[in-house]
Design a protein around this ligand. Structure first.
Ligand SMILES: NC(=O)c1ccc[n+]([C@@H]2O[C@H](COP(=O)([O-])OP(=O)(O)OC[C@H]3O[C@@H](n4cnc5c(N)ncnc54)[C@H](OP(=O)(O)O)[C@@H]3O)[C@@H](O)[C@H]2O)c1
Length: 279
């Protein structure tokens, strides 16, 4: 299908699009915020929660596992915790209402919760699993952001962070639905950033590489980035005006070039067939 643009779109300097400057991200202050982090019970979410807590932010972690929520609050006095099933639309509304009442200064939302079941796009896809992935990874952040957006707009400075993945840019064929949700979340974040361009709310994206967490199975595989290094690099990136916080190690994948993407995609996936991710 052709794009609804004429050939001036590809002629140097004669594009029909006018590249007016759009205000992008206002740099997040790294302290003094009230921050909600979904998926804060483990891995990247917990790492970011503890890092922001140490910098003097009020941090609230959300997740389903009550015992882990209690443990993180006990180990980090001052971090609050709330039960939330991000795949449940009613639960999102209930929790968002409670949070905005309890924390009127809530000004940062980090949409981090996610699941990554493997699948086989070359065979029958389990509908229940696919729905769970879409509800958790895509509709969850959309619904939670929607429930909090008017509250965030009232704050003098607010930030929404979406945790996508390097796989948003280069699908892992054995996690087809997961990769698709992350590509969709990247797309959604772009639109949301544009729509919020004249408000106090900035939108940033974190696109992690393979990080050694329990998302798949914490294995110490040398190809995975250790969590502490990832958190340190990501905190540094969030402190800038980068719309996408991407560690240098995967910059070439993020910059995966247009029609050349198929060669890179095939090489990437064939390498993982030969050297599988430990599951
Ligand atoms: N690790 C990587 O290699 C990697 C790479 C790229 C992107 N990411 C992204 O990073 C994010 C965090 O993953 P991680 O690596 O830190 O894995 P993780 O340790 O397994 O953490 C996943 C978190 O999501 C929460 N979660 C899952 N389903 C939920 C639900 N229905 N409701 C509420 N919370 C839910 C879990 O909490 P509960 O179980 O307590 O609910 C847990 O805290 C994910 O979005 C993932 O896609 C990770």
């Amino acid at each position: 299908m052709g794009l609804p643009v004429d050939d001036r779109a590809i002629g140097g300097g004669r594009s029909p699009f006018r590249f007016n400057k759009v205000s992008q991200v206002t740099t997040m202050q790294m302290n003094g915020n009230t921050i909600l982090i979904t998926g804060g019970t483990s891995g990247i979410g917990r790492g970011l929660a503890e890092a922001f807590h140490k910098l003097g932010n009020k941090v609230i972690v959300a997740g389903r596992r009550r015992a882990l929520l209690d443990e993180i609050s006990t180990s980090n006095p001052g971090i609050d915790a709330i039960e939330l099933d991000i795949a449940d639309a009613d639960d999102i509304v209930r929790v968002a209402t409670r949070l905005t009442r309890a924390y009127p200064a809530l000004n940062v939302l980090i949409n981090n919760a996610g699941i990554m079941p493997f699948d086989d796009a070359g065979g029958a896809i389990d509908d229940a699993v696919s729905r769970a992935i879409v509800d958790t990874n895509l509709l969850g952040p959309i619904r939670l952001t929607s429930a909090l957006i008017e509250h965030l707009k009232k704050q003098p400075r607010a930030t929404i962070v979406h945790n996508t993945s390097v796989l948003a840019y280069l699908p892992l064929a054995t996690t087809a639905v997961y990769s698709a949700t992350k590509a969709a979340l990247h797309s959604y974040a772009m639109s949301q950033r544009f729509m919020l361009r004249d408000t106090s709310v900035s939108v940033q994206e974190i696109a992690p590489p393979w990080v050694d967490t329990d998302l798949i199975r914490k294995s110490g595989d040398p190809r995975a980035m250790p969590l502490d290094i990832f958190v340190e690099k990501t905190m540094a990136g969030l402190a800038t005006d980068a719309v996408e916080v991407i560690v240098d190690e995967i910059r070439p994948i993020r910059d995966n070039p247009g029609s050349g993407e198929h060669a890179l995609f095939n090489a990437f996936n064939l390498d993982l067939v030969a050297n599988p991710i430990p599951v």
